[in-house]
Design a protein around this ligand. Structure first.
Ligand code: AP5
Length: 207
């Protein structure tokens, strides 16, 4: 199955994509993680993307479309994948239609106030992409998966988060109608317990 996870920053796309990918044995393709790795490695793409990401805006469509096109050609995508954070604009969704057939789009729905609370407490592992919340870390400062130090993302500062939310509502939210019109959208309440959300998504995907 080729699946898209859609939702505002902090909705739980990364958290749930990791779990669903493990359950279905398919790769998680997170454009945010790919860009953060490119920045850390100081590649030309990373250098181009950094200013947009630091400001809470979107990286230009042509840059991100090229990255995803290349990634989808990798052999591990042959049996399906989850796109986490792509597409994010209507032109990206239109470009995707030319390179892949999407089976389902899972929209995680969470109110803005809760998103801000979640993002401000988020800690991530840059090495393996695992995501945590400080309230559940019990003081741990390293990744439970790979032992790397956990960090707070540059774009998780309060003022940047507001820009990311604005950008979601103006540029990405129209994709809800885009995929609804194609009969592919599944809406999941992303505000509850992580295990319950995981079960709800899995049920929809297996329906
Ligand atoms: P990206 O990394 O994709 O960030 P995002 O979409 O803003 O999403 P987040 O990673 O912030 O949130 P999430 O939904 O994955 O939530 P998470 O699971 O971590 O993109 C970053 C930037 O890259 C963009 O701003 C843009 O500049 C650029 N970019 C990326 N893709 C692009 C594209 N296609 N086009 C252009 N630019 C692009 O959860 C958040 C927190 O909440 C965690 O701490 C987690 O532990 C906690 N949590 C999760 N679920 C629950 C729950 N049910 N209950 C309580 N806590 C929970």
């Amino acid at each position: 199955m080729n699946i898209i996870f859609l939702g505002p920053p902090g909705a739980g796309k990364g958290t749930q994509a990791q779990r669903i990918c493990a359950a279905l044995n398919i790769p998680q393709i997170s454009t945010g993680d790919m860009l953060r790795r490119a920045i850390a490695d100081q590649t030309p793409t990373g250098l181009k993307a950094k200013a947009y990401m630091d400001a809470g805006g979107l990286v230009p469509d042509d840059v991100i479309i090229d990255i995803v096109k290349e990634r989808l050609q990798a052999p591990d995508c042959a049996g399906g994948y989850i796109l986490d954070g792509f597409p994010r604009t209507v032109p990206q969704a239109e470009a995707l239609e030319g390179i892949a057939t999407i089976d389902k789009v899972v929209e995680l729905d969470v109110a803005d106030e809760k998103l801000i609370q979640r993002i401000s407490g988020r800690r991530v592992c840059l090495k393996c992409g695992a995501t945590y919340h400080v309230s559940l870390l019990n003081g741990a400062t390293t990744c439970a998966n790979c032992g790397e130090p956990l960090i707070q993302r540059e774009d998780d500062k309060a003022e940047t988060v507001l820009n990311r939310l604005k950008s979601y509502h103006s540029k990405t939210a129209p994709l809800v109608d885009f995929y609804q019109a194609r009969g592919k959208l599944v809406k999941i309440d992303g505000a509850g317990d992580m295990d319950a959300i995981f079960a709800a998504i899995l049920k929809e995907l297996q329906a």
